[in-house]
Design a protein around this ligand. Sequence first.
Ligand code: FES
Length: 103
Amino acid sequence: SKIIVISRDGEERAIEAENGLSVMEAIRNAGIDEIMALCGGSCSCATCHVFVEAGGETLPPPEADESDMLEASAYRRENSRLSCQLTVSSALEGLTVRVAPEE
Ligand code: FES
């Protein structure tokens, strides 16, 4: 699926994301290193924080552990998600995420 990633300096990039990967993995595989993903995707670092700007209608709501991590972020917004908790699927075609500021 095609995913649009907006970097911290506002640059927009379309990446090809393999279904089944997490959005975090897809972004990192595309060579975008602003997503640190320090915990490797185990929902315990929040360095994969993104804002879902479009195309997230089919995403399931955050589980409790994701919500807890986001709760601790200074930059939490209504559309905040941890990208390691989002699974790429065809339903996410055109998903647009903005990399959240560094904590
Ligand atoms: Fe650490 Fe997502 S990679 S919480």
